[in-house]
Design a protein around this ligand. Structure first.
Ligand code: UDP
Length: 241
């Protein structure tokens, strides 16, 4: 008998870098498959799942080309990179028998549906995993903000941020052995202490819409489901009690 998940609809944000595994940039097929397995496990618990994926893994490879470019144009390249990642994850999920839809904030009707809020909700109600590509569709934003925006629009009960480490630390735990791990934080603390979790726009949106943020390690196989069933390690960010 599996433990009951704490939330019935969630959004998972993963950075593009998570998809590159040990590579310097691009996509690592094994890592993409592993993440798909974790998403399927959560979907199999009966949780409605949607995803926002970053583009850092591809965009970093392009950064030399973007040097000196107008910011808005470079940002559009970044958004297109997220669509590539979305299609890769879609493919990996479908190979595992999970029904999916990609919706892009930048219309490209031959490869993805356009973003239509009510349609996305309907897909999730039918058990499909919806992957939101192209961020918010606007330059000068990040995929973290896109994640908070879509989680708000979809009425998600929680926003999960899969990172390299198992929560939020006071300093980078990779370089600083004194870094302290928080099990709980408030939105206010994250903003005032400028903790490196998500950008301020994303945190503010989550706060306004009272969506808890759970930060956990996407590198830990199975952690996504464990966090949702209350067994895994994560940092939970909420409002004041
Ligand atoms: N981006 C954007 N608007 C958005 C989302 C993303 O302009 O709404 C661009 C921006 O250039 C960003 C890039 O896409 O740097 C990739 O997204 P992000 O850096 O958030 O990806 P991650 O670091 O999570 O892989």
């Amino acid at each position: 008998m599996k433990d009951a998940p704490r939330y019935d609809r969630v959004l998972l944000k993963i950075s593009g870098e998570a998809l590159m595994g040990d590579l310097a940039y691009g996509l690592d097929a094994d890592m993409v498959d592993r993440i798909a397995t974790d998403v399927r496990a959560v979907r199999d618990l009966g949780v409605e799942v949607c995803l926002v994926i970053g583009g850092g893994n591809i965009f970093r490879g392009l950064s030399e080309a973007a040097r000196g470019m107008e910011r808005a144009s470079a940002d559009y390249m970044g958004m297109l990179a997220t669509v590539i990642n979305s299609l890769a994850l879609q493919n990996a999920l479908e190979r595992q028998g999970v029904q999916t839809r990609v919706q892009s904030a930048i219309p490209m009707s031959t490869v993805a549906e356009p973003y239509i809020r009510r349609r996305a909700i309907r897909h999730m109600e039918k058990g499909r995993v919806v992957i939101f590509g192209a961020g918010t569709g606007n330059p000068f934003f990040t995929t973290d903000t896109a994640a908070a925006l879509r989680a708000s629009e979809m009425g998600c009960r929680a926003l999960l941020k899969g990172t390299k480490v198992d929560g939020v630390y006071s300093a980078d735990p990779v370089t600083d052995s004194d870094a302290k791990r928080y099990s709980k934080l408030t939105y206010r603390q994250v903003l005032s202490e400028d903790l490196n979790v998500m950008d301020h726009a994303a945190i503010s949106l989550a706060r306004e819409n009272r969506i808890p943020i759970l930060v956990f390690s996407i590198y830990q196989p199975g952690a996504f489901a464990e966090v949702l069933t209350g067994k895994g390690r994560s940092t939970m960010i909420t409002g004041e009690d």
